[in-house]
Design a protein around this ligand. Structure first.
Ligand SMILES: NC(=O)N[C@@H](CC(=O)O)C(=O)O
Ligand SMILES: [Zn+2]
Ligand SMILES: [Zn+2]
Length: 345
């Protein structure tokens, strides 16, 4: 039995840090566990310009605990009027690490997202040419499509064609939830990868209804059937360099989750490594955790691996019912549960 695990410092390739008071409340959790994170741009208004991204990066740095060396990696929110030259400039200046594609109205703050990806040809050509990754929230919004099929239909209708038309474009299919997504990534080239969240490794769709409606299990893409969860778990622990850690930590204050039309998003930053490690432990794949958490993502993005390490110990930790105080208190993933590993340094 392994009692202590030390790995290279990990990165989180999908994070919502929000802004204002919430940013100050949640940034320390991510900065404690991760060296770098890809920061999602779905603020209101969204981060679409180099100037807005630079200013947001400064606000993030100001929200970090004293002495933190955490690096926020910024992303550009694509709209129908995205300008290839502005994006290339932001990338050249070291502001933007990637572009984020939200299909219009697919998720939180995506109203300004892209209505027709084919209209973005010049941007996509530019991304392909300069090797800047395109991060995709891969769901269709067609109301005719069953909600649980939104990801699979996106892959069929949009992603296949995108990869055919831009065969060298670096694509990250974010927060994958289905066997179809796993198969698509496994069948594509080395330029196509996916992030995997803790919740899609732990929960199937029964979690939404267990004992009554469970708003804290609701995120997008919504959790799926058990066979999909198992496919995503297999991918995560497979050792394939094309699957890597992206928590999609997405805090919403308690009142905005527990309401008639509750927000999508799970706040998993406080115990993210512990949550993933429970899965790798259960799958007898502790030796594959470092690749998933600390290596595959950096290599895909073409960034250096981190120096330094983090250590986790096999010891019970009780996840609190609420993280933080007052207006920015958020219910964390695994609230009230005991996890078997704890980050100790
Ligand atoms: N994942 C979620 O359920 N919510 C995210 C948006 C997103 O990543 O789609 C959010 O910003 O709240
Ligand atoms: Zn998303
Ligand atoms: Zn997200």
């Amino acid at each position: 039995m392994t009692y202590r695990l030390t790995i290279r410092r990990p990165d989180d390739w999908h994070v919502h840090l929000r802004d204002g008071d919430m940013l100050h409340a949640v940034a320390p959790y991510t900065a404690r566990q991760f060296a770098r994170a890809i920061i999602m741009p779905n603020l209101a208004p969204p981060v679409t310009s180099v100037a807005a991204a630079t200013a947001y990066r400064e606000r993030i740095r100001a929200a970090l605990p004293a002495g933190s060396d955490f690096t926020p990696l910024m992303t550009c929110y694509l709209t129908d009027t995205a300008d290839a030259a502005e994006i290339a400039r932001g990338h050249a200046e070291g502001v933007w690490a990637a572009c984020k594609l939200y299909p219009a109205n697919a998720t939180t703050n995506s109203a300004h997202g892209v209505s027709d990806i084919r209209a973005l040809g010049r941007v996509l050509e530019m991304l392909q040419r300069i090797g800047m990754p395109l991060l995709i929230h891969g769901e269709v919004t067609d109301p005719e499509i069953d909600f649980f099929d939104r990801e699979a239909v996106f892959i069929e209708r949009t992603l296949g064609g995108l990869v055919r038309d831009f065969p060298a474009l670096k694509i990250v299919l974010e927060h994958i939830t289905t066997a179809e997504a796993v198969d698509f990534v496994n069948g594509a080239g080395a330029n196509v990868a996916a992030t995997i969240t803790p919740q899609h490794l732990h929960l199937n769709r029964n979690a939404l209804f267990a004992g009554g409606l469970q708003p804290h299990a609701f995120c997008l893409p919504v959790v799926k059937r058990e066979r999909h969860r198992l496919a995503v778990r297999t991918a995560a622990v497979s050792g394939s360099p094309r699957f890597f850690l992206g928590t999609d930590t997405a805090p919403h204050v308690r009142g905005r989750k527990e309401m008639a039309c509750g927000c999508a998003g799970i706040f998993n930053a406080p115990f993210a490594l512990e949550s993933y490690l429970a899965v790798f432990d259960a799958e007898d794949a502790l030796d594959r955790f470092e690749g998933f958490a600390s290596e595959h993502g950096a290599r895909f993005y073409g960034l250096p691996l981190n120096e330094g390490t983090v250590t986790l110990e096999r010891r019970d930790v009780l996840v609190p019912a609420l993280c933080g105080v007052g207006d920015t208190a958020v219910v964390p993933f695994h609230a009230g549960q005991t996890l078997a590993w704890q980050m100790v340094g």
